[in-house]
Unconditional design. Structure first.
Length: 226
C-alpha cells in the first residue's frame, strides 16, 4: 500500500497505541453471498435503493430497517422483503447472536470514494458497526484515522468509526459489503479483541480531538458527519 502524508486528523491516532479495527471471530462464505446479491441487485430498481456519497457512487438496499423507540433510541430492526432474497445473510445475522439494529447491503462503484466523515459507531459506545465484505477488490481500503483496513471477502470486521474515516475503492471493480449495526453489548464485544474497545476515556478524548481537527481542516478532505 502506497504511503502518503497524513491529514492532521489522522495524525491524532498515530502512535496512540489504540487498535482502530480488527477482524471478527466469525467467518462468512462469500460465494453464496455474492450469488444472492447478484440476484437481488438485478431484481431491485433505483426506487428500491438509497444513493449516497454526493455523486451516487455509493448505494444500498435495506435488509433490516431501523426503528426508534419512544425514547428516541434505536430498537431491534425489522426485516424487509429484500432479506428473503439473501438467506445466507439471515443465517449469518442469526449466528452472530447480536441485537441487530439495521442491516444494509452497500455497493461502491469502481473508483468510488466516500470522503472523510465520522459517526458514533464503536464497541465502546452504545452502538457498533460490523462490516462483512462480499466483494472486496484487493486495492480497496478504508482509512480509520492513520490505520488502513483492507479485509478480504468473507472476513467480517469492526472498527472504531468515531474517528474520521474514508472509504476508497479500486478503479476497476465494484465493492460490495454488508453494513450491520448492532447494540454494543457483551455478545457483540465477544466477537472482537478487547483491544478494539478498551481505554474508552482515551478513545473518546482522541476522537473528539480528531473530529475537531477534521472540522478545522475540512478543505483537505471534504466530508460531513453522517
Amino acid at each position: 500500500m502506497q504511503l502518503r502524508p497524513l491529514h492532521p486528523w489522522q495524525q491524532v491516532t498515530a502512535g496512540s497505541g489504540l487498535m482502530l479495527h480488527a477482524p471478527l471471530t466469525v467467518r462468512a462464505t462469500p460465494i453464496p453471498l455474492q450469488r444472492e446479491f447478484a440476484a437481488l441487485d438485478a431484481a431491485t430498481g433505483n426506487e428500491g435503493r438509497m444513493f449516497m456519497a454526493g455523486d451516487g457512487s455509493w448505494s444500498s438496499i435495506t435488509l433490516i430497517e431501523e426503528g426508534l423507540g419512544p425514547d428516541g433510541l434505536r430498537i431491534t430492526g425489522r426485516p424487509t422483503p429484500a432479506l428473503d432474497g439473501m438467506p445466507s445473510v439471515r443465517a449469518l445475522l442469526e449466528g452472530l447472536g447480536c441485537r441487530i439494529l439495521s442491516c444494509y447491503v452497500h455497493r461502491q462503484e469502481p473508483g468510488g470514494l466516500l470522503r472523510w466523515h465520522y459517526d458514533s459507531a464503536g464497541l465502546h459506545r452504545a452502538e457498533a458497526r460490523l462490516i462483512v465484505p462480499v466483494i472486496a477488490p484487493p486495492a480497496a481500503v478504508t482509512w480509520i484515522g492513520d490505520s488502513p483496513a483492507a479485509y478480504p471477502a468473507g472476513l467480517p470486521w469492526a472498527a472504531d468509526f468515531t474517528f474520521p474515516h474514508q472509504v476508497e475503492n479500486a478503479p476497476d471493480e465494484q465493492r460490495i459489503v454488508l453494513l450491520v449495526d448492532v447494540a454494543s453489548d457483551d455478545r457483540a464485544r465477544a466477537l472482537v479483541p478487547a483491544a478494539l474497545y478498551d481505554q474508552p476515556a482515551l478513545r473518546s478524548a482522541l476522537a473528539e480531538q480528531a473530529v475537531n481537527s477534521f472540522l478545522a481542516n475540512r478543505d483537505e478532505g471534504a466530508g460531513l458527519k453522517i
